[in-house]
Design a protein around this ligand. Structure first.
Ligand code: FMN
Length: 350
């Protein structure tokens, strides 16, 4: 199937079918934040601003890379970007593979007309990045005005995709090369099945600037792509992956730089938990494209505004006046399945 048609299918499936993990959760449900009933401040005084890769955000929140390369993606990207501009949040574009192969499709990714100031991440799969010359990738990023490149790792998705290319040989070398040579910072993300400590340890030897764990518990990309092809194999692996909260702590041990928490982030409280655990930003994908399909730009704005409000309330309720003090506080209680995972994997959590 052509890449364009695949993108249309992805959008359709993600906005009309249940493609969330079934019996595996992010692990945030096994985390309690300790309530501070005497916060000595007003809710309105909470300062949610933060900086990520040198860029200011009004709140520690970003929309994950999703789309581009097909006609309907143009409006989706513009609506998401305009809402992010209004709220001072960041955004990722979907894989720019289509744009490299057909430059006329650049306009389906271009959002700088409606979002001149947001942090904007370009996107490529590691397996595609491996095939492109450096100047092609540089131009691809320049043409959309990207502030960074997110390289995605998706062996699970490729393995179940009818037209997938499950070959990741040489990808680490490509990532390092791009991180050294590109003008903009490079970071690495999964697509919702998570990065475990061992993968992050290998990435830590490269010159990437951030890690986005994109863990399990939200949208299952093995699930999405199996609905388009290898249905039974996809069922077997639907819930495969490292739960987001576990991935975050595993990554924290191997990586001292900025971390993005994503994969099943569904509330501002999830974001507050992730930040208290050491993340710099929380990020979400599928609920945003669903909100866009139902309510356009206003729908996206409503969803993201709710999350920002929840982040502020969450910070207030643990007595964290700003993002820095949130990261310094030790007010987390771990329980249940998450704790079992962390114990068996000898992952520090206190
Ligand atoms: C419609 C859609 C398209 C996506 N396309 C891409 C992509 O092109 N590149 C990428 O790195 N991730 C892509 N993703 C994965 C997301 O960036 C994210 O990692 C994943 O969906 C988990 O987050 P969630 O649980 O909040 O949806 C896509 C997600 C959705 C919902």
């Amino acid at each position: 199937m052509a890449e364009r048609d695949r993108k249309v299918e992805h959008i359709r499936i993600c906005t009309t079918q249940d493609v969330q993990f079934k019996d595996k959760h992010t692990g945030f449900e096994d985390i309690d934040l300790v309530y501070d009933a005497l916060p000595e401040m007003k809710l309105s005084e909470v300062d949610s601003r933060t900086t990520f890769l040198g860029h200011e955000f009004a709140a520690p929140l970003m929309v994950s890379g999703m789309t581009g390369g097909t006609a309907i993606a143009k409006q989706i990207n513009k609506d998401i970007a305009a809402a992010c501009e209004e709220l001072g949040l960041g955004m990722g574009l979907g894989s720019q593979r289509r744009m490299v192969e057909a430059p006329a499709l650049t306009e389906t990714y271009y959002v700088r007309d409606v979002a001149p100031t947001i942090f904007l991440a370009g996107n490529l799969g590691a397996t595609q990045a491996r095939q492109y010359a450096l100047d092609v990738i540089e131009k691809m990023l320049e043409d959309v005005g990207a502030n960074a490149l997110a390289i995605h790792l998706n062996p699970g998705q490729e393995a179940v995709q009818p037209e997938g290319m499950p070959d990741f040989k040489g990808c680490l070398k490509t990532i390092d090369l791009l991180a050294r040579r590109l003008q903009v910072p490079v970071y690495v993300k999964e697509v919702g099945h998570g990065l475990a400590r061992e993968a992050v340890q290998r990435l830590a030897h490269t010159k990437i600037k951030a890690v986005d764990v994109a863990g399990a518990g939200g949208t299952s990309w093995i699930g999405v792509d199996s609905l388009r092809g290898k249905k039974e194999v996809g069922q077997t692996f639907w819930d495969f992956g490292v739960p987001t909260a576990a991935a975050l702590l595993e990554a924290r041990q191997a990586w001292k730089g900025p971390l993005i928490a994503s994969g099943g982030i569904r509330s501002g409280l999830d974001v507050v938990k992730a930040l208290a655990m050491g993340a710099s930003l929380g990020e979400l994908a599928q609920p945003v494209i669903k909100a866009q399909s139902e309510g356009g730009r206003e729908g996206v704005k409503k969803l993201l505004s709710r999350l920002v409000e929840e982040i502020r309330i969450g910070m207030f309720l643990v007595g964290a006046k700003d993002v820095k003090s949130l990261k310094q506080k030790k007010f987390i209680v771990y329980s249940g399945r998450l704790r079992e995972w962390l114990d068996q994997r000898k992952t520090k959590y206190s």
